[in-house]
Design a protein around this ligand. Structure first.
Ligand code: PXL
Length: 278
């Protein structure tokens, strides 16, 4: 091997690899597209297993169709047999069948205890339902038990606990209840609560930790959840502790919102998107 080739293969070997199992967002602010851009920005090589294809623009889901469960599983299998995957995240998984196939595939190759981040995507920021209702139970029984961290937002947490979360106090109660109910570390994202700060609560190892950032107002937030969990996954793939990975990911999301991209359309309306290379 020549000197140059040798150097190249050495630097390639140091790039961590992460896998996202999620849906495709045609507008590229959320889903596997957001995950890949986030992985790249944080120095991680991203792999994808696509679960469904969503035809959408920010604020409007037009059509959504699943990939077959067998094809989702095969994407994971071929990648797991080949790449040194250091962390995995799941995003939108669409149906009970797909969640089960993903859980089985992960059980098959998690021999090395690769951390799994489960972002239980149920509803888009636009309010459109993205997950079939019977799939919630599959999350609870099949996927949460395999996770190192789950990252629900307030709506998802409220759905899982069949309760309402309307302030900081009920948020704290909810994060503890979720961790106890599913025996897993939980990052409850409070971004949707009105206030001057976007506060998230982590309950892990019987310890509560708060992550706070200034709330950026009047800005499209399509894809922030995907970006956040992808950034956490990138951190874990790079060897950061869970707390450090969350802390860095929170900063990354805030920067992506602050540095948002904007196009002025012919109608005069402005179209905003997250900036994944802030
Ligand atoms: O932001 C939630 C989300 C996740 N994944 C995909 C999506 C969306 C939102 O629309 O399309 C693929």
């Amino acid at each position: 091997m020549g000197k140059q080739e040798n150097r190249r293969s050495q630097s390639a070997a140091t790039v961590p690899v992460a896998l996202t199992i999620a849906g495709s967002d045609s507008s590229a602010g959320a889903g596997v597209q957001a995950d890949l851009k986030t992985f790249s920005a944080l120095g991680v090589y991203g792999l994808t297993a696509v679960s469904c294809v969503v035809a959408e623009i920010p604020g409007k889901v037009s059509r959504i169709e699943p990939v077959s469960a067998a094809l989702v599983r095969e994407q994971i299998n071929v990648l797991a047999e080949t790449f040194p995957i250091a962390a995995i995240k799941t995003g939108l998984l669409y149906s009970r069948e797909i969640i089960k196939a993903v859980a089985r595939a992960i059980v098959d190759f998690k021999r090395d205890r690769i951390p799994l981040i489960v972002d239980p995507v149920m509803i888009a920021t636009s309010g459109d339902r993205l997950l079939e209702p019977p799939a919630v139970e599959a999350y609870e029984t099949e996927l949460f038990p395999l996770a190192a961290l789950i990252t629900p937002n307030l709506d998802e947490a409220a759905w899982l606990l069949e309760t309402k979360i309307k302030d900081r106090q009920s948020m704290e109660k909810a994060v503890r209840e979720l961790a106890k109910k599913y025996r897993v570390s939980v990052l409850l994202k409070g971004g949707h609560l009105a206030g001057s700060a976007a506060v998230d609560l982590l309950f892990a190892g019987n310890k509560l930790t708060e992550f706070s950032a200034p709330f950026v107002r009047g800005v499209a937030t399509h894809g922030t959840g995907c970006t956040y969990s992808a950034a956490i996954t990138a951190g874990l793939a790079s060897g950061l502790s869970l707390e450090d990975a969350i802390c860095r990911a929170k900063k990354f999301v805030t920067q992506s919102i602050r540095g948002r991209l904007r196009w002025t359309l012919r109608s005069g309306k402005a179209l905003d998107a997250l900036n994944h290379s802030p």
